[in-house]
Write a protein that binds this ligand. Structure first.
Ligand SMILES: [Zn+2]
Length: 453
């Protein structure tokens, strides 16, 4: 199995340290609802974990929650609620989103505000070794102390100097130095430390948490490409300086950004689509097929048509997985081994999900042909379900819309009363009108069920 490693800029054979793969992905800063760009990253790394397990590895997965940050404080002040209340609200919103996206939860979700002692311990260790220095109540990392700083982002000293700045109120030895501990400002949440009250910087949080929960060396560290510099570069600097062990991470994986038209999807562009809105509109399988139809390292462009087309693909997979052959049909001759091998070959090649999905659609065609030809395609359908699980596909119709549900139930109850009163024409009208709206009623022995939008 090969994984593209950002550190070496090449695909490398995947050899973890032990039989449990230690994996860390940078998590959310809960100050607002997550958008589709976040969903893409959650889904890609969910597929990585699912597939590693399919290939026989155990995986221990940790994802942090940055529940204290400038963005949280600013937003909380705007709304007029305490920062921890805001963070709690949107942490729950994040958990709701990943559940609805069918993302397997992490083993541990450490929160910055709960890990202050470990964070202070790491900063103290860095200061003792000469890698950190206090200045005006804050503590900074001394970048020039680290000779191979810039190795992940492949930036030269000049490139980094050009981008580095000293903000007003900061007193740093070098513009590239970055904050480990932020001295407290009046009215902001703060914790006691050897350097006075304050709160942790963002980068140190990931070093402290990964060390605490996974150890000095991780097998896989993931995140968006926008985190390579400075965030991940700084994580390496902190972790390797503190532990004295290299490498901090064996395989650095970074996903490309979601484009809206041609621009990166970000809040500042005001073109935000929340995960909740997208799920309501398209359903989880459509979103997954949309993202996974590209390669995680290539930028992908969002348009409504692209996701709708993925949704039609999701329906074809759902139908093929559940299609019923005629009674007593004999098993057809789908060569499942070939499909399985093609799927594995694609995924073993740096998680080529685009290729893997193409294999699923080839299998769908084979299943449909087999059933139309009068035979059973059970083995093919079982394999389709097995392989789809690696991509986190539910193979279920999109969730029924919450708002519509009570009205549809009401119409079903009315239809039953009409039928009981032998008003069959009116009862059938209700069914037909609902069908026109995309709602299908099914009468079963246990009563009437419905599916659709
Ligand atoms: Zn991080």
């Amino acid at each position: 199995m090969k994984i593209y490693n950002t550190l070496t800029s090449q695909k490398e054979e995947f050899v973890p340290q032990g039989d449990t793969v230690l994996m860390y992905v940078c998590g959310v800063t809960p100050y607002d609802n997550s958008h589709l760009g976040h969903a893409m990253s959650y889904i890609y790394f969910d597929v990585v974990r699912r597939y590693l397990k399919y290939r026989g590895y155990k995986v221990k997965f940790v994802q942090n929650v940055t529940d204290i940050d400038d963005k949280i404080i600013n937003r909380a002040n705007q709304i007029g609620i305490p920062p921890n209340e805001l963070a709690e609200k949107f942490t729950q919103s994040f958990f709701d989103d990943i559940t609805a996206l069918n993302v397997v939860p992490a083993d541990i979700y450490p929160r910055a505000t709960q890990e202050i002692p470990k964070i202070i311990e790491v900063i103290k260790g860095l200061a003792e070794k000469g890698y950190a220095y206090p200045s005006q109540g804050s503590v900074y990392f001394r970048v020039r102390q680290m000779t191979d700083y810039g190795k992940l982002s492949h930036r030269t000293l000049d490139m980094m100097m050009a981008g580095a700045r000293i903000e007003s109120g900061e007193e740093k030895e070098d513009p590239r130095d970055f904050v480990l501990w932020k001295g407290a400002k009046p009215g902001e949440p703060q914790w006691e430390s050897p350097w006075g009250p304050g709160r942790p910087g963002w980068h140190i949080e990931c070093s402290a948490m990964s060390l605490k929960y996974l150890g000095a060396t991780l097998d896989i560290h993931g995140g968006g490409q926008d985190l390579i510099f400075p965030h991940h570069e700084n994580e390496i600097a902190q972790s390797e300086s503190f532990t004295g062990k290299k490498p901090f991470v064996k395989y650095w994986m970074h996903n490309a950004m979601l484009q809206l038209g041609t621009e990166k999807m970000s809040k500042s562009l005001g073109n935000l689509i929340t995960i909740k809105d997208a799920l309501q509109k398209f359903g989880a399988d459509a979103l997954r097929i949309f993202f996974l139809s590209g390669h995680y390292r290539s930028p992908i462009t969002y348009t409504t048509e692209n996701v709708e087309s993925a949704g039609r693909g999701a329906e074809r997979l759902q139908q093929a997985a559940t299609a019923e052959a005629k009674e007593n049909a004999i098993e057809g001759n789908i060569v499942t081994e070939t499909y399985k091998q093609r799927f594995i070959d694609a995924m073993d090649d740096d998680f080529n999900t685009a290729q893997a999905i193409a294999v699923l659609f080839d299998l769908v065609r084979d299943i449909n042909r087999t059933i139309e030809g009068g035979a059973s395609a059970k083995a093919g359908q079982e394999l389709l379900k097995e392989l789809s699980k690696n991509l986190g596909l539910t193979l279920k119709s999109p969730e029924k819309s919450v708002e519509a549900t009570p009205f549809i139930e009401l119409l079903i109850a009315t239809r039953k009363q009409l039928r009981d009163a032998k008003q069959f024409q009116l009862a059938d009208d209700i069914r037909t009108k609902l069908l026109e709206l995309g709602i299908v009623l099914e009468d079963t022995a246990k009563g009437t069920t419905w599916k659709g939008k």
